[in-house]
Design a protein around this ligand. Structure first.
Ligand SMILES: NC(=O)c1ccc[n+]([C@@H]2O[C@H](COP(=O)([O-])OP(=O)(O)OC[C@H]3O[C@@H](n4cnc5c(N)ncnc54)[C@H](O)[C@@H]3O)[C@@H](O)[C@H]2O)c1
Length: 294
C-alpha cells in the first residue's frame, strides 16, 4: 500500500482532537468520516468547525470555495461500521483509556478493510498495547497529533517492533499531504518524546506548587519570562484538558506501580470537581469571567 491508495479516512472520537483532525483530513482532500458514540459531540464538532472555518475564510487562510469543498468531504456519524467500512486509514482519537481503545481496535479488526492503516492518536499509549487485539499489528501505528491539530505542525509517528516500514511510510506521507511535519520514532516508548519532556516539566511544577515553594501563577510566570515558554505548565494543562494529563498519569501508574507516577493530589481534586480547564470554564484558572492568561 502507498499513499496514493489512501482516499478515504475515518477519524474516531469527535472531542478536542478528533474533530480538528477530521477537518485537517477534509482540507487535505480526503473523503472523511468523523465518528463518535455521542451524537451531541458530533453536533458540537460541526458547529465549532463551521465557525472556525468561517474565521479562516475571513482571515484569507482559505477561500469560501475551499471551505465548502472541505465540508462536502466531511461526514459525521455515530455508526462505527459506516465510518470505517471503506476506510484506507483510520485515526482513533477517543478518550485516553486503554480498555476503550482496545475494544475499538477489536471492532476495527472486523469492520475495517484488511489493507487499512489503523492509527491511534493516543498521547501516551504505545500501539503494541492495542495492536494485539488485531491480527494485523503490522498495520497499527501511533499518529500523535498535538493540540490544537488545526494549528500545531508536528505529528509523532511511532512504530512498534511489529509495525511495518510500509505502514510508517504511509503515515509519514499522509502527514505531508496534510501539510504537517511527521517525525518518526523507530522504537516505542511510553509518552513518546514531546510528552516525556512535558511530563518532566509539569511534574516538577506540581511538586513546587504542592510543597508551597510558589503559587501556580508565579510558576507559570517564571516558565514564560525566564524560559521563554509561550505558556506556563498550568496554563498548558488548562488548554489541553486537566483530565487528559490525569488519565495519562493514571495509565503510567498502572503500568509501573511507581508512586512517583501517581497523579498528583491537586490534579486528582480538579478532575473530581469537574474543573478540567478551558473546556469546562475552570481549571487552574477561572475562564468564566473572561480571559485571564497574560
Ligand atoms: N487533548 C490533547 O491535548 C491531546 C493531544 C494529543 C493527543 N490526545 C489524545 O487524543 C485522544 C482524544 O483526546 P481528546 O482530548 O480529544 O478527548 P475528548 O475527551 O475531548 O474526546 C473524546 C471523545 O471520544 C468519544 N468517545 C468515547 N468513547 C468512544 C467510542 N467508543 N467510540 C467513539 N467515540 C468515543 C467521546 O464521546 C468524546 O467525544 C486521547 O487518546 C488523547 O490522549 C489528546
Amino acid at each position: 500500500m502507498n499513499i496514493d491508495q489512501v482516499q478515504k479516512v475515518a477519524v474516531l472520537g469527535a472531542g478536542s482532537m478528533g474533530h480538528q483532525i477530521s477537518m485537517l483530513c477534509a482540507l487535505g482532500g480526503y473523503e472523511t468520516y468523523l465518528q463518535d458514540i455521542d451524537g451531541k459531540a458530533l453536533d458540537k464538532a460541526k458547529s465549532t468547525l463551521e465557525s472556525r472555518m468561517n474565521e479562516w475564510v475571513k482571515k484569507n487562510k482559505i477561500t469560501e470555495d475551499e471551505k465548502n469543498t472541505a465540508f462536502s468531504r466531511l461526514q459525521l456519524t455515530t455508526d462505527l461500521e459506516t465510518a470505517v467500512s471503506e476506510a484506507d486509514l483510520v485515526i482513533e482519537a477517543v478518550v485516553e483509556k486503554l480498555d476503550v481503545k482496545r475494544e475499538i481496535f477489536s471492532k476495527l479488526e472486523k469492520l475495517a478493510p484488511k489493507h487499512a492503516v489503523l492509527a491511534t492518536n493516543s498521547s501516551t499509549i504505545v500501539n503494541s498495547k492495542i495492536a494485539d487485539v488485531t491480527t494485523r499489528p503490522e498495520k497499527v501505528i501511533n499518529m500523535h497529533f498535538f493540540f490544537p491539530p488545526l494549528v500545531m505542525d508536528c505529528v509523532e509517528i511511532v512504530k512498534s517492533d511489529q509495525t511495518s516500514d510500509e505502514t510508517a511510510q504511509v503515515a509519514m506521507a499522509f502527514c505531508e499531504r496534510l501539510d504537517r511535519t511527521g517525525v518518526l520514532l523507530e522504537k516505542e516508548i511510553y509518552g513518546f518524546i514531546a510528552n516525556r519532556l512535558l511530563f518532566a516539566l509539569s511534574n516538577e511544577a506540581i511538586y513546587l506548587y504542592e510543597n508551597g515553594y510558589a503559587d501556580f501563577k508565579d510558576i507559570d510566570l517564571i516558565a514564560k519570562k525566564a524560559l521563554s515558554h509561550p505558556l506556563g505548565p498550568f496554563e498548558l494543562a488548562d488548554l489541553s484538558g486537566i483530565d487528559v494529563g490525569y488519565y495519562a498519569n493514571l495509565q503510567l501508574y498502572e503500568e509501573t506501580g511507581d508512586s512517583k507516577d501517581k497523579p498528583a493530589r491537586s490534579i486528582e481534586e480538579k478532575v473530581k470537581q469537574g474543573n478540567l480547564g478551558r473546556k469546562t470554564g475552570r481549571g487552574w484558572y477561572d475562564y468564566t469571567k473572561g480571559a485571564v492568561m497574560k
